[in-house]
Each structure stands twice: as C-alpha cells, then as structure tokens.
Design a protein around this ligand. Structure first.
Ligand code: DOR
Length: 437
C-alpha cells in the first residue's frame, strides 16, 4: 500500500455504523477527509462551498464498520508466488472486506530475520492494496532449535511471532520465547499440535476416521499443547495467543485459563464452526486442513466459546495451495484452505443463527485482533486512519471461487449459498474495492 498521497474526501451517508470498540451501533454518517475519520454522527453538515470536494456514498441498508482485520493468513511470498503473492493476497483481502492482514512466516525463506520482514513490508508498500503486518518466526528456520532475534524483528516491523504450520515442540524453548517476547511486548501466536500424537494423521480421530480407514489425529494433539502454552503463559506472565482452535476440550481449557486471569487469547477459523468431519467421506482434499475438521459437538463448543468471549478472534487461516499440492490422493494432498473471500458471509451466518450479535461478530474481526496485535486500527475513532468496510448484510449469492482474486482455488465453501458481503473496502481513505453487482 503506497503512502497516502491522494486520499479521497468521502461521506458515507446513513448506514448502520457498528463500532464495537466505542460501543456505537446506530444509523449515522461517516465523514472522511484527507484519509482520516473526521466525524461519525447522525447529522453531518458540509457547507455548500465545500460540498463538491466530497464524494457522497449512500450507505442506506448497509453496515459501516471499522476495516476488518484478519490476523492469520498465508501470503506465500517470498518463495511460493505460484500459490499467492502479496499483491494477489491483499486483493483477495480487500475483496473479502479486510483492510489489514497479519501474514505467517512459513515462507521460503522463512521470515526469521529482519531482511525478510523488511522485504514483505516493502512488497506490501509497492504492490499491496491493504495493510500487511508480518508475523516473524519464533525459531530460526521454524526448526524449533534456536530463537530468532526478536529485537531485530520487532524493529524491522514484525507485529508478532509464531512458528505457525508447526508447533514449538520444546517446552523450554517456548518458555524462553515467551520471556524474550515479553520484553518487546510481542504477542506469541501458538500453533497447538503435539507432533507425536498427530503423526501420520489425516483427519479427526473417531468413528468417522475408523469408518473411512483414514489415520486419525486425536483432539488431544491440540489440547496437550494448548494446556502447555497456557501453563507457560502463567509461568512467564507473557501473552500467548492460541491459533486456529478446533476442539471442545481446547475451548474448555481456554475458558478456565481466562477465569484464572492467565494472559491467553484465542482464535478460530470459519471452517471450524461451519464444516464437520463427515465431509471427509468424499475423500476430497479440499477438506484437508490442519488442525482437521472436527465433529458436530466440537462445532457447537467453538460457537459457545465465540458467544461467551472465550474465543476472541475469527481469522481465516487463508492457506493457498495450487492444484499441484491439492489435487492428489487424499493422503498426499497438502493441508490448508483459502478463506479471505469467504470469511465474512460465514461470520454473518453466526449473526443470523443467533450465536453472536452484529457488534460481537464485528469485534472478532476488528477491535479484538487490533488489541492482541497492539495495532492502532479496528475502530472508527476521530482522527484515526480511515479504514472502513461497507457491508451489505442482506444480499444472497452463491460463493464462486472462480471469481476470487486469490491465485488459489482450494476453497471448501465454493458453491455454498450465503448471505452478506463486503460491497466497499476503504483503506487509509482510499476506495480499494467495490463489489461488482
Ligand atoms: O492447514 C494448514 N495449512 N494448517 C497450517 O497450520 C499451515 C497451513 C499452510 O501453511 O498451508
């Protein structure tokens, strides 16, 4: 995203403004001038002499929300540009309503040093269309042996650290990572997986895996590590954020930890509250993901965790792969699903199903990820950079992955009937996406 040279002056008129960070939910207009939010209110008047300077956008029947933040995506650049690039991934982000994304370090080379973090930020500045927050590696090369230089990475612009895609296996290394990260106030994002327990597994372990003859991954593979990292957060006082939570047991552990005041936060992805393991009976690799799709009771527990605030964030875990990695026999296919362009309607389904209120749903993709990453976005405060998403919550359509801006097509929601989408995405006062009718 280039520095803001020519931001538009805009007024979004008479939408339902939902800004959870400020507890605001009412019909109002938003005035944007020189790339900043100047005013949010019911009766914004612009003098006749200045009226021509402002583009008027009728937001009637739409929601105006702070620009959405997806704190867990894989942009694949550097190294796997045939799957996604910072350019294509950020175009997918804005088409899905996201104005900020945090990208995981399992690139080639791994983002474990300042040079790679700077490369990502430079590419994002030159070719990206939304804000990009690089997440750097906890361990050099994601190998779980030596810690990366967190101070250098923070100074270069890393927003968090994670070995996502892999767990930090050694408990002592994780303890040191938490202690080290605390001194730089860097959140540590944990991919919870006991590799011994998950070894060779292809799907959730249970009756369905037995019936299909596919090796299972027990829920305990996630829960053992979630429990360990909660205990290490308690020991060190450092913040730990548990990524892509998928099991009822993990939700219970996090709920208990929060009650005890341990500095833990958590996220889940739309596939963990929408899709269940029965889909694996198709043997379609589009449903292969790590952690795996779980059972109905896990889906219900994840929804309950979202409802009571145990799970703070919804993030897509957008994981693009090409047909070379995905269109294989189930056993050999790569793990991962794309999600940037399908997240929002699935989040809105939680609202229509009565799981979350509109403000609670929006908080999980604005205020909460902004707080965890300590980034000054996710709210429509006066003077804040004008990052906004205009949502049509009523429009009904069929998800069509062929139309995606992402380079990859591994979307398990392709063909699904949904309701609600982003119709306009504004970053730093510039309209970067408008939905075609
Ligand atoms: O399914 C997954 N895909 N899970 C991960 O943790 C990593 C991701 C990827 O990088 O493809």
């Amino acid at each position: 995203m280039k520095p803001n040279e020519n931001p538009a002056n805009l007024i979004l008129r008479n939408g339902r403004v939902i800004d959870p960070a400020r507890g605001f939910d009412a019909v109002a207009s938003v005035l944007i001038e020189n790339g900043k939010v100047v005013e949010v209110g019911a009766n914004i008047e612009i003098g006749t002499e200045r009226r021509r300077e402002f583009e008027q956008i009728d937001a009637g029947d739409k929601w105006i929300v702070p620009g959405l933040i997806d704190m867990h995506v894989h942009l694949r650049e550097p190294g796997e540009e045939y799957k996604e690039t910072i350019s294509s991934g950020t175009r997918a982000a804005v088409a899905g309503g996201f104005t900020s994304v945090a990208c995981m370090p399992n690139t080639h080379p791994v983002n474990d040093c300042a040079a790679v973090t700077q490369f990502i930020l430079k590419k994002a500045a030159d070719e990206g269309v939304c804000r990009v927050f690089p997440v750097a590696a906890i361990s050099k090369g994601l190998e779980g042996r030596n810690l990366s230089e967190f101070g250098d990475l923070r100074a270069a612009g890393a927003a968090a650290v994670s070995d996502d895609g892999r767990p930090v296996e050694g408990s002592l290394l994780m303890r040191r990572a938490l202690e080290y990260a605390k001194t730089f106030d860097l959140p540590v994002i944990s991919h919870c997986e006991d590799l011994g327990l998950s070894a060779g597994g292809l799907m959730n372990e249970g009756r369905v895996s037995t019936r299909l003859g596919l090796r299972g991954i027990p829920r305990a593979a996630e829960e053992v590590m979630a429990a360990r990292d909660i205990l290490l957060a308690e020991l060190t006082g450092a913040r730990v954020h548990l990524a892509h939570i998928s099991t009822a047991g993990s939700v219970a552990l996090i709920r208990e930890a929060k009650k005890r005041g341990i500095p833990v936060t958590a996220e889940t992805a739309p596939h963990y509250f929408t899709l269940d393991e029965e889909l694996l009976s198709t043997f379609d690799p589009v449903y292969k993901v790590n952690p795996p799709l779980r059972a109905r009771e896990d889906i219900e527990a994840v929804k309950a965790g979202l409802r009571d605030g145990t799970i703070d964030v919804i993030a897509s875990d957008h994981a693009p792969h090409s047909t070379v990695e995905k269109d294989l026999e189930f056993e050999y296919a790569a793990n991962g699903m794309i999600g940037l362009e399908s997240s929002l309607p699935l989040i809105l389904r939680l609202v229509s199903d009565g799981v979350l209120s509109p403000a609670e749903a929006i908080a999980k993709v604005t205020q909460n990820p902004a707080r965890i990453l300590s980034i000054p976005f996710g709210a429509l405060s006066k003077g804040a950079p004008a990052d906004l998403t205009l949502i049509d919550p009523r429009v009904k359509y069929t998800i069509d992955a062929r139309k995606f801006a992402s380079k990859s097509r591994n979307c398990p929601f392709d063909g699904m009937e949904v309701q609600g989408r982003a119709v306009m995405t504004i970053v730093d006062g510039r309209v970067v996406f408008t939905a075609a009718d």
